[in-house]
Design a protein around this ligand. Structure first.
Ligand code: SF4
Length: 245
C-alpha cells in the first residue's frame, strides 16, 4: 500500500501520471510478487523479501482471506485517489516537497530514534506538513507519539521549529484524516512518553550502556495459547512450530 502511494506520487512528480486503475493493478502485482516470495521462503536469506507468518508456520491463507487483503488495499487506494490531500500534493510545486528518506533517524537525548515519514511538504506559510498513510484503525494513541517524533525529526533534519510542523494522519481504509499540532503541551507529553519508554526498556537490560540483555532475565510465559499465536515461537518454543519446509 505504502509502496503504491509512494510510486503514484513519484510518477506525478515527474509528470508521468497514473490513474486509479493502474495503481490498483500495480498493487495487485506487488501483492502477488510478495506472496510468491514469501511462499518460496526468500525472506530466510533476503531481508528485503516479504515474509508472511502463515508461510513460516505452514498455515493456510484461504481465498477469502486473500480477497479480504486485496479489497482492503483497493479501498485504501479508492480513498487516497479521492482524497483532498492527493489533490493538494498535486497542486503543490515540486520545490515545496521536502526530501524524506525511506528510513532516517535523529538523536533524542543520546538515543538514536528511527523514523520514516511517508511524505512531507512545505505549505504557503512555510510550515512543514508531515504526513503518514495509515491502513489501521483511526485514533491509535501511538499515532500522536509518532507525529511528535516527526516534529523532532523536522527540527534535526531541516532546522524547523516543531511548532511550525503539522502532522497529518491519513487513515486510508476509513477515508479519515486527523491533524496533530505540535504545540508545547503535545511535544512535552510526547517527549515524556519517549523518556518513559526508553527508561523502561533500559531497566530490562543487564548492560544498558552496551545495550545487552540476558535471556534468563526474560522468562517465557506459561500461557501456551499465547505462544501458539506468537511470531517468535520458532526460536522461543520450537516444539510449537512445525519444521520449516
Ligand atoms: S513463544 Fe512468544 S509468547 Fe511464548 S514465551 Fe516465547 S516470545 Fe513469549
Amino acid at each position: 500500500m505504502h509502496q503504491v502511494v509512494a510510486d503514484t506520487l513519484n510518477r506525478h512528480r515527474y509528470d508521468a501520471k497514473i490513474d486509479l486503475d493502474e495503481a490498483k493493478q500495480d498493487a495487485l502485482l506487488l501483492l502477488r510478487e510478495g506472496f510468491k516470495q514469501s511462499r518460496a521462503g526468500e525472506y530466510r536469506h533476503n531481508k528485503q523479501a516479504v515474509g508472511l507468518c502463515e508461510h513460516e508456520y505452514q498455515e493456510e491463507v484461504t481465498d477469502k482471506e486473500w480477497e479480504g487483503i486485496r479489497d482492503r488495499i483497493f479501498r485504501c487506494l479508492d480513498n487516497f485517489f479521492d482524497s483532498r490531500v492527493f489533490n493538494y500534493i498535486r497542486e503543490t510545486k515540486i520545490e515545496n516537497w521536502l526530501p524524506v528518506d525511506a528510513m532516517d533517524s535523529f538523536e533524542f537525548e543520546t538515543m538514536k530514534i528511527y523514523v520514516a515519514p511517508d511524505f512531507a511538504i512545505r505549505n504557503h506559510r512555510g510550515n512543514a506538513i508531515l504526513m503518514d498513510w495509515k491502513t489501521g484503525r483511526v485514533g491509535d494513541q501511538g499515532d500522536i507519539l509518532q507525529i511528535v517524533c516527526y516534529g523532532l525529526y523536522a527540527k534535526a533534519k531541516w532546522g524547523m521549529d516543531p511548532a511550525r510542523a503539522i502532522g497529518e494522519l491519513h487513515y486510508l481504509l476509513a477515508g479519515d484524516t486527523r491533524q496533530v499540532s505540535l504545540d508545547q503541551e503535545t511535544l512535552d507529553e510526547g517527549q515524556n512518553q519517549m523518556r518513559g519508554s526508553i527508561q523502561a526498556m533500559k531497566e530490562l537490560l543487564w548492560d544498558p550502556v552496551e545495550n545487552h540483555g540476558r535471556e534468563e532475565d526474560f522468562p517465557r510465559t506459561e500461557n501456551l495459547g499465547m505462544c501458539r499465536r506468537c511470531n517468535f515461537r520458532r526460536v522461543c518454543r520450537p516444539e510449537l512450530a512445525a519444521p520449516p519446509e
